[in-house]
Design a protein around this ligand. Structure first.
Ligand code: S3P
Length: 168
């Protein structure tokens, strides 16, 4: 089965994806890392040198390459479900899992990582909360199309085991 983790930046998609994949003996991939490998440069540099439009096209392409693979958890970028028909495709080709984190925790995590996150790199600290709230509002309709929804404050290894047992 193919499992796609979606949700805003900083929700812990990579953390939980790695942990769940290891515990279940399946492969783990990070979509951003795969894009970086394909392009030979960092996400920050792709945004800077080629722009977001280019990044989104690459993201769609690399995501599509996973529809031919099997037995993995893929941690998607925060914007992946919100462009083209990516969310629909992921739902057709596998199982989507939405990780959701409270706004105050998100602001805390993301304000410490602004330099490595091109989307918020230029947002002033005191505007960060409003910026994230606005983006979440825009993105929620896409994220909410995922099959499973979890609040990350209550996540454990068991959550994924239960899901996997229903998709064997
Ligand atoms: C983005 C999230 C990032 C990365 C890029 C754009 C977004 O991924 O794909 O910086 O649009 O929210 P993570 O959610 O893994 O940080």
């Amino acid at each position: 089965m193919r499992y796609f983790l979606v949700g805003f930046m900083g929700t812990g998609k990579s953390y939980w994806g790695k942990l769940w994949a290891k515990a279940s003996g399946i492969s783990y991939y990070d979509l951003d890392e795969e894009i970086e490998k394909a392009e030979g440069k960092t996400i920050t540099d792709i945004f800077k040198e080629n722009g977001e439009g280019y990044f989104r096209k690459k993201e769609k392409q690399v995501l599509s390459s996973f529809f031919k693979k099997d037995n993995f958890i893929l941690s998607c970028g925060g914007g992946t479900p919100c462009f083209f028909n990516n969310m629909k495709k992921m739902n057709q080709k596998g199982v989507t899992i939405y990780l959701k984190t409270g706004i105050d925790e998100l602001v805390k995590r993301l304000s410490a990582e602004k330099q490595i996150r091109p989307l918020i790199g230029n947002v002033e600290d005191d505007l960060l909360k409003d910026f994230i709230l606005q983006r979440l509002k825009e993105r929620e309709p896409f994220y909410s199309k995922a099959i499973y929804h979890f609040n990350t404050a209550f996540l454990s290894e068991e959550n994924f085991k239960k899901i996997a047992s229903q998709h064997e």
